[in-house]
Design a protein around this ligand. Structure first.
Ligand code: ZN
Length: 381
C-alpha cells in the first residue's frame, strides 16, 4: 500500500526562484487545460482528452513565443499538472454522483493561492543524493530535514510551499502491511459538535489544548487583519501573521488526528463512523465549515491505518437518526434542538446525546457488517 512521508525542505535563494518558476509553469498549464475544457463544454464540443491537451498545451505551446518559458522546467512537472486537473474533475463528477462528499468544480489556480505544489514522478529523474539532499531536475540539490527514515524507495515526490512560505517534500512510498494482533474490541464513533469525537464506550475526546490555543491565535490574527486598512503597509505583515497562524493550526490538527486515529485503530478490531457526506446533510453550513476539515482528515487517517494494520473501518453511508434513536429500546424520539445534551426515553433509559449516537453507530455498523453482502459497510480498501 502507498503511504506519504513529509519532510521540511530548505531551498537556497536560487532554488527558491527555480521552484517559483516550476510552480508558475505548472499553474499555467493547469489553467490552460481547464480553460480548454471549459471552452469545449460551453461550445458543446467533446471533453478534450489529456493526451490531446498534453500535445497542444505543453509540446506545441513551448514552440510559441507566449509559452516558450515552459521549456525551462521539467516536462514531468507539467504532465503531472494535467493529471491533477484530471483528478480534480474526477472528484467533482464523483461528488455529483454522491460517490464522495460533494465538491466544487475545478477552479483556476492563482499566484496568490496559499499552497503551491509540483510533483515529480519516477521518470522525472529526481533522486536523493548520497549526501542526503533532494536532487530535482532543473532546480538543484535541496537540503532536507530527515525527521525519520523512509521505509523504502519512494516512487514520487511532491514539493509544496505553504501559506507561511515553508517548503516541504512529500514522498510516496510503497509499504508492506503491518497487521496488528487481533483485538476483541469494536467501537462506534460519533463526530460531534461539542466534542471532536465521542466513542461508544463513553469516552469523549476534545480538541487538545495546544490545538485550541493555536486556533485562538489564528482568530486573533484574523481580527487584527480585519482592522488594517487596504493597501496599508502593516497589512502585509498582518497577512503573513494570519498565514503563519493557519499553518500552526493545520500542523497541530494533523498531529492530534494522527495520534488519535493510531490509538483507535490499535485498540479496536472494527471501527464504525457515519460517512461525512451523509452526515453533512443533517448539519448546518456554519458547523460544517468549522469541523469538517478535521473530520475528513480523521476518517481518511482511520481508513489508511485500518488498511495497513488489518482492521475494519465501516462507514455508514445511509443516514439514520443516530442521536434520536434510543439505544436501549429502539424508539425514535422527537427532534431535539442542539442544546439538549441529555434526554430520557419513555422506556426509562437516560441518554447522553453523543454517547447514545456512538452506541447506535456501533450497533448499526455491526448489523451492516453481518449483512455485508448488501454492501453498505465497506471494509477499508
Ligand atoms: Zn428507550
Amino acid at each position: 500500500m502507498q503511504l506519504r512521508y513529509g519532510f521540511r525542505l530548505y531551498p537556497q535563494a536560487g532554488q527558491r526562484t527555480a521552484l517559483a518558476k516550476a510552480f508558475g509553469c505548472a499553474r499555467v498549464v493547469y489553467n490552460d487545460a481547464l480553460r480548454a475544457r471549459e471552452t469545449a463544454r460551453s461550445e458543446g464540443l467533446p471533453f478534450p482528452k489529456t493526451g490531446e491537451l498534453s500535445t497542444a498545451l505543453i509540446t506545441e505551446a513551448k514552440k510559441t513565443p507566449e509559452r516558450v518559458w515552459l521549456g525551462e522546467v521539467s516536462a514531468v512537472v507539467l504532465q503531472q499538472s494535467l493529471r491533477d486537473l484530471d483528478a480534480a474533475y474526477k472528484n467533482f463528477f464523483d461528488g455529483l454522483k454522491a460517490k464522495r462528499p460533494r465538491m466544487g468544480a475545478p477552479r483556476f489556480k492563482s499566484k496568490r493561492d496559499t499552497r503551491q505544489s509540483v510533483r515529480f514522478t519516477a521518470n522525472a529523474r529526481w533522486s536523493i543524493t548520497t549526501g542526503g539532499k533532494l536532487r530535482l531536475p532543473k532546480i538543484g540539490d535541496i537540503k532536507v530535514k530527515w525527521s525519520r527514515d523512509l521505509p523504502s524507495e519512494p516512487s514520487s515526490v511532491t514539493v509544496i510551499k505553504d501559506a507561511s512560505g515553508r517548503y516541504f517534500a512529500s514522498f510516496v512510498v510503497e509499504t508492506a502491511k503491518e497487521p496488528l494482533p487481533e483485538s476483541a474490541a469494536e467501537v462506534g464513533i460519533d463526530l460531534g459538535l461539542t466534542h471532536f469525537a465521542v466513542l461508544s464506550d463513553g469516552t469523549k475526546i476534545d480538541n487538545p489544548r495546544f490545538l485550541r490555543r493555536a486556533e485562538r491565535r489564528l482568530r486573533k490574527a484574523q481580527q487584527a487583519l480585519a482592522r488594517k486598512a487596504k493597501g496599508a503597509n502593516n497589512r502585509k505583515k498582518a497577512v503573513a501573521k494570519v498565514a503563519c497562524a493557519h499553518a500552526k493550526v493545520a500542523d497541530a490538527r494533523r498531529d492530534f488526528v494522527h495520534k488519535l486515529s493510531a490509538q483507535i485503530i490499535r485498540e479496536n478490531q472494527a471501527v464504525y463512523v457515519e460517512d461525512l457526506c451523509v452526515k453533512g446533510l443533517a448539519r448546518t453550513r456554519l458547523a460544517k465549515s468549522v469541523h469538517d476539515a478535521g473530520w475528513a482528515q480523521f476518517t481518511a487517517m482511520l481508513a489508511y491505518k485500518a488498511a495497513r494494520h488489518g482492521r475494519t473501518l465501516g462507514k455508514l453511508d445511509r443516514w439514520f437518526p443516530s442521536s434520536k434513536l434510543c439505544s436501549a429500546c429502539g424508539a425514535v424520539a422527537q427532534p431535539m434542538p442542539l442544546n439538549v445534551r441529555k434526554w430520557e426515553c419513555p422506556c426509562g433509559a437516560l441518554h447522553d446525546r453523543d454517547v447514545n449516537a456512538a452506541v447506535n453507530i456501533l450497533a448499526a455498523g455491526r448489523v451492516e457488517r453481518l449483512n455485508a453482502c448488501g454492501g453498505t459497510v465497506r471494509p477499508a480498501a
